[in-house]
Design a protein around this ligand. Structure first.
Ligand SMILES: Cc1cc2nc3c(=O)[nH]c(=O)nc-3n(C[C@H](O)[C@H](O)[C@H](O)COP(=O)(O)O)c2cc1C
Ligand SMILES: C=C(O[C@@H]1CC(C(=O)O)=C[C@@H](OP(=O)(O)O)[C@H]1O)C(=O)O
Length: 335
C-alpha cells in the first residue's frame, strides 16, 4: 500500500517518468494557511544538481494544488498536490531492460508484477517519489508549530568530512552511502502507544518508506548493547521528565518522554553506480558485465535530510492528532 497514518493519512502516487508524481493527504485540519511559497525551501533542499554527487536531472518541482486548498487555507477536505515530470530520459532504461540492476527494484518488481511494472527511472520505486514526502512534510511542519525537526548528514562513506567521503567515491568511480541524523525538539511527553504503535515503530515504518534506507537507531542505538545499565539509564531530573543524559533518544516504553528525539539512519550506496558490475540478463539467461549509464545520485544521503525531516514530521503530526494535541481550528493549531 502507498498510504501511511491514521488521522493524518498520506497517500503517494506516480512514477519517475510518468506524467507526474503526487500525494493526497486526508485528515489535515481546516484553516491552515498554505501557499506555493511554503513549499519552495524544502523542495529546493531535495532537488538534485545542487550539490556535487547528486543527479543532474532537473525538475521544476512546483507544487500544483488540485484540491483541499481554497482562499490560501486548507479546507479540511483531502489535499491533492501534483509534481510534473518533465526532464525524463527513458531511453537509458529501455536499453538495459533485460539487465536488472543489482540493488535496485528492477528484479523484484519484475518478478512481482510480471513485467507490467513501469521500469523507466525506477518507476514507482524511484527516489523521485520522495518529493511527495517532502510536500507532506511541509504541511506537517506547519502543523507542528514550535516543534523543530532538523536533520543533518553525519558521515559520507565513513568520513565526517563529507567532501572527503564523496571524493572517495568520485576517485573510485563508484557510489557511496552515508548516515543521516534527525533531532526533534519541543515534543510533549506521551506520544506513541505500547507495542505495535510505539513512537519508534511508527517512525521506523515511515523511515523505511524512504528508498535506500537500510538501518535506524534511536539514541545510543546499537552502542547500548555494549553498556552497563547504570551507564545507559538516563537519570530523571525533574517533573517535566528531563533527563541528565539521553541514551534513550527521547522515547521510553514506546512513548515520547519529553526529551530531544534523536535517531540516525543508514543510507546505502546508490545501486546505479558507474562502476562495472555483474548481473543476470533475463533474455540471454547469461551473467554479463555492465555499468549503469544515466543520471544518478552518486551519494543518495546528500539528498535525504529534508526527506527524513518530512517523514518524521508527518508521523509526529499523526501521533499529535491521535493524542489530541493538535486542535481542529486555530492560529497555532496547538491545544
Ligand atoms: C532522494 C533519493 C534519490 C535516489 N536516487 C537514486 C538514483 O539516482 N539512482 C538509484 O539507483 N537509486 C536512487 N535512489 C534509491 C533507489 O530508489 C532505491 O535504492 C531502490 O528503489 C530500491 O529500494 P531499496 O534501496 O530501498 O531497497 C534514490 C533514493 C532517494 C531517497
Ligand atoms: C528524479 C529524481 O531522482 C531519480 C531517482 C532515481 C532512482 O532510481 O531512485 C533515479 C534517477 O532517475 P533518472 O534516471 O530519471 O534521472 C534520479 O534522477 C528525483 O529525486 O527527483
Amino acid at each position: 500500500m502507498n498510504s501511511f497514518g491514521r488521522l493524518f493519512r498520506i497517500h503517494i502516487f506516480g512514477e519517475s517518468h510518468g506524467e507526474s508524481a503526487g500525494l493526497v493527504i486526508d485528515g489535515c485540519p481546516a484553516g491552515l494557511p498554505l501557499s506555493v511559497e511554503d513549499f519552495l525551501t524544502d523542495i529546493e533542499r531535495r532537488k538534485g544538481g545542487n550539490h556535487k554527487g547528486t543527479t543532474p536531472r532537473k525538475e521544476d518541482d512546483l507544487p500544483i494544488f488540485k484540491s483541499g486548498i481554497f482562499n490560501g487555507h486548507t479546507t479540511g477536505a483531502p489535499i491533492t498536490i501534483l509534481f510534473e515530470n518533465k526532464n525524463t530520459r527513458s531511453g537509458d532504461y529501455e536499453k538495459q531492460r533485460a539487465v536488472p540492476r543489482p540493488g535496485h527494484a528492477d528484479f523484484t518488481a519484475h518478478a512481482k508484477y510480471g513485467g507490467f511494472e513501469d521500469f523507466r527511472g525506477g518507476g514507482h520505486f524511484s527516489g523521485r517519489l520522495t518529493v511527495c514526502m517532502v510536500a507532506a512534510g511541509v504541511i506537517a511542519k506547519k502543523l507542528l508549530g514550535h516543534i523543530q525537526v532538523v536533520s543533518t548528514i553525519l558521515e559520507i562513506g565513513g568520513e565526517a568530512d563529507l567532501e572527503k567521503g564523496l571524493q572517495k567515491a568520485i576517485d573510485a568511480k563508484d557510489s557511496i552511502g552515508g548516515i543521516v541524523e534527525c533531532r526533534v525538539n519541543g515534543l510533549p511527553v506521551g506520544l506513541g502507544e505500547h507495542f505495535f504503535d510505539s513512537a519508534e515503530s511508527l517512525i521506523s515504518h515511515a523511515v523505511f518508506a524512504i528508498p535506500a534506507v537500510k538501518g535506524i537507531e534511536f539514541g545510543a542505538g546499537f552502542a547500548a548493547a555494549r553498556m552497563f545499565g547504570t551507564e545507559h539509564n538516563d537519570a530523571i531530573e525533574d517533573a517535566s521528565g528531563k533527563t541528565r543524559t539521553n541514551h534513550a533518544g527521547g522515547i521510553v516504553g514506546g512513548i515520547t518522554n519529553g526529551n530531544e528525539l534523536v535517531f540516525r539512519i543508514a543510507i546505502k550506496p546508490t545501486s546505479s553506480t558507474p562502476k562495472e558490475q555483474q548481473t543476470w540478463n533475463w533474455e540471454t539467461n547469461a551473467i554479463e558485465s555492465f555499468s549503469v549509464k544515466g543520471r544518478h545520485d552518486l551519494c543518495i544521503a546528500l539528498r535525504v535530510p529534508v526527506v527524513l525531516e518530512a517523514v518524521t514530521a508527518f508521523t509526529l503530526v499523526d501521533l499529535m492528532l491521535l493524542e489530541q494535541r493538535i486542535g481542529r481550528i486555530g492560529p497555532s493549531f496547538m491545544l
